[in-house]
Design a protein around this ligand. Structure first.
Ligand code: NAD
Length: 260
């Protein structure tokens, strides 16, 4: 379905971004990977994806906290893979602390990576999408784009912000073949969440498995994690013609978190 399209997925060396890259490659798209990690492992990942799905896969290590590197990432995809048809703004980090002791540098980093990078990438990718009159911009927000939790002031602010940006971009492209939507995952078991589970186990002096169960019980009625594969499948759907008139939507994949 996505043969000859190119997809850029920020933060795709791990977790949800990697799940999205695999799903889009499975649908035939060429892939620009991005994110941090061990160079040898990333090259194995790049070559593995290309071999498994028979698509072109490139990697660019742009730091999403640096606007000029975000622009360079989009240009690298256009130079190496031919276009930036699909942009998935996924890179994100977390830090938890009460607002009065929240470190200012973590606030700045979370706003830069989880929110501003999506603005810069969208700005860089839109002209090419407009030329071709086709594009898909998918912002990986969170349930925390719609509701709050304690100790996550920067993350919740960034995720609420990205839902606002999603709506503006959707309106500005409404009469084109470009759509912009957001996905709002609940808990997905990735390194970002594992850190929060480990911290909870340590804080409460309980086994990691118990901390995991408590984390889910607190917010996610299904009692199960959503998976990177499920988020990836939704991205493939959003890239399909069936989703051509979905514009500015915020789509939960949250085990019922937001239904409460
Ligand atoms: P993760 O830690 O597994 O992956 C994050 C990715 O972003 C990695 O590839 C990492 O290298 C990359 N990254 C981090 N900082 C970067 C930077 N400065 N520049 C470039 N890349 C950078 O996390 P994840 O759970 O897969 O999270 C992915 C996205 O999904 C985030 O935006 C997160 O907020 C969102 N999300 C996650 C969950 C969850 O439960 N895991 C829930 C809702 C939303």
């Amino acid at each position: 379905m996505l043969k000859d399209k190119t997809a850029i997925i920020t933060g795709s060396t791990s977790g949800i971004g990697l799940g999205i890259a695999r799903a889009l490659a499975g649908a035939g798209a060429n892939i620009m990977l991005n994110g941090f990690g061990d160079a040898v492992q990333i090259e194995a990942l790049r070559a593995g994806l290309a071999g498994e799905f028979g698509v072109k896969v490139a990697y660019n290590g742009a730091d999403m906290s640096r606007p000029e590197q975000v622009h360079a990432l989009i240009k690298a995809a256009e130079d190496q893979l031919g276009a930036a048809d699909i942009l998935v703004n996924n890179a994100g980090i977390q830090h938890t602390a009460p607002v009065e002791s929240f470190p200012a540098d973590r606030w700045d980093a979370i706003i830069a990576i989880n929110l501003s990078s999506a603005f810069h990438a969208t700005q860089a990718a839109l002209p090419g999408m407009k030329q071709r009159n086709w594009g898909r911009i998918i912002n990986i927000a969170s349930v925390h784009g719609l509701v709050a939790s304690i100790d996550k002031v920067a993350y919740v602010a960034a995720k609420h912000g990205i839902l606002g940006m999603t709506k503006v971009v959707a309106l500005e492209t409404a009469k084109t073949g470009i759509t912009c939507n957001a996905i709002c995952p609940g808990w997905v078991l990735t390194p970002l969440v594992q850190k929060q589970i480990d911290a909870r186990a340590q804080r409460e002096g309980i086994p990691v498995e118990q901390a995991k169960a408590e984390l889910l019980a607190e917010k996610q009625p299904s009692g199960e994690f959503a998976t990177p594969e499920q988020i990836g499948a939704l991205c493939v759907f959003l890239c399909s013609n069936a989703a051509a008139q979905m514009r500015g939507a915020s789509l939960p994949v949250d085990g019922g978190w937001l239904a409460q």
